[in-house]
Ligand binder design. Structure first.
Ligand code: NAD
Length: 371
């Protein structure tokens, strides 16, 4: 089939859904790859690099594409140029993209949403939520280290000893564990907390101290957390407050699927931090783990600088694109055979990821929201 690689159009998006070194994987499957001119620019990839890897480069690769791959959802005017039966593969947050989902349904375009790929073992290589969370987690620790005007590591010198920075990480899923591991590698002393029971061991396995609170754990389905009631949330804030006040840096990464980010830290808790402290809120875009954080900005709360994340994976576009492209290649491998599209809706990965197909919305929560 003919696979088009879209140039991202959303403001600030620097990633691209395919990288030259993986084009050969698609052509080896019998597919033709056509990259929209300039698609790789944000990730510092030239059109010539794609051409050398065996891809075509075109100003409009859409009208005869069988499959379009992108990171962000396609712009609506691009979607309208797709042929009936074409397939899109991208992130597609359906609760936000309701107009686009309606268009895709009405155009009889099949859309697969990367964030809906089930998080089962067989789909791990297609798990773009994890690959992008890994990038965001790494970046959050680097940002904290950059903002903090002191060392992360212990320094013992002839001129005296400088103690290491103390970093607290809240939320120890994919991003949080990567933030912990990165802060540890930089030499900080790291403590972390997560509501899931399994997280304590994972926190220790990457070298941090697990903060133990006298609170029930919150297991949801599929290995995720469940939302806390207001009483438990308030108690958690109270118990975490002294740990946060004693830290030089705080990194928050907590999320609950389908819900706004849990409010883990009040402005008052940040105000209790020492002068020069830094806070990195990876959840700023989804409501914020930290009261007062602003996506894409550094604000001052009390004596602390508070950095709000905004499309954080896109801030490291080259590795984020490469990992995402690998996820895409693995999904395309699953949905094609002998160079042609082969969508098997009996496969739980295909069925789980599909939002629209054949003029209908197949993803039930989205159908209920929209129809
Ligand atoms: P996520 O982005 O939904 O949440 C991030 C973290 O925030 C989670 O660890 C969650 O427990 C935590 N959290 C939620 N509410 C909190 C609160 N009030 N206080 C503190 N922490 C809170 O999750 P994620 O990182 O995408 O993944 C979470 C889990 O799923 C992990 O155990 C991960 O290993 C697992 N996972 C499994 C697979 C797979 O099997 N294929 C793939 C990816 C992730």
């Amino acid at each position: 089939m003919r696979i088009a690689v879209a140039r991202e159009t959303r403001e600030g998006e620097q990633r691209v859904a395919m990288v030259p070194e993986l084009v050969g994987k698609l052509t080896a499957l019998g597919h033709e790859v056509v990259v929209e001119a300039g698609a790789g620019r944000g990730a510092l990839i030239a059109d010539d690099d794609y051409a050398e890897a065996g891809a075509g480069v075109a100003d409009d690769p859409y009208f005869d594409a069988d499959l379009v791959v992108s990171v962000q959802p396609l712009a609506r005017d691009i979607a309208r140029r797709l042929a009936v039966g074409a397939v899109t593969v991208s992130f597609l947050p359906t609760t936000v993209e309701t107009d686009l989902v309606r268009d895709l349904r009405d155009l009889s375009v099949t859309s697969l949403a990367m964030e809906l790929v089930p998080r089962i073992s067989r789909a791990q290589s297609m798990d773009a939520l994890s690959s992008q969370a890994l990038v965001a987690g790494y970046r959050s620790a680097i940002v904290a280290a950059g903002l903090l005007r002191r060392f992360f590591p212990l320094n013992m010198t002839a001129a005296g000893t400088v103690p290491p920075a103390e970093i607290v990480v809240l939320g120890a899923g994919v991003a949080g564990l990567q933030a912990i591991a990165t802060a540890k590698r930089l030499g900080a002393v790291v403590k972390a907390y997560d509501v899931r029971a399994a997280a304590a061991e994972e926190i220790r396995s990457v070298g941090a101290q697990s903060i133990e609170l006298d609170l029930p754990t919150l297991e949801g389905s599929g290995g995720y957390a469940r939302e806390a009631g207001e009483e438990r949330a308030a108690l958690q804030r109270e118990l975490l407050a002294p740990h946060i006040a004693a830290a030089d840096g705080l990194i928050t990464t907590a999320a609950v699927p389908g819900r706004p980010a849990p409010r883990l830290v009040t402005a008052g808790m940040v105000e209790a931090m020492r002068p020069g402290s830094v806070v990195v809120d990876l959840a700023a875009e989804t409501g914020g783990n930290v009261e007062g954080s602003v996506p894409g900005e550094v604000v001052r709360i009390g004596h602390a600088q508070v950095w709000g994340g905004r499309n954080v994976p896109s801030q490291m576009p080259a590795p984020a694109s490469k990992l995402y492209a690998q996820n895409v290649v693995n999904l395309v491998t699953l949905i094609s055979a002998e160079g042609a599209l082969r969508l098997d809706f009996d496969d739980e990965i295909v069925a789980g990821a599909c939002v629209t197909h054949g003029g209908a919305i197949l993803h039930e929560p989205t159908r209920q929201l929209i129809e």
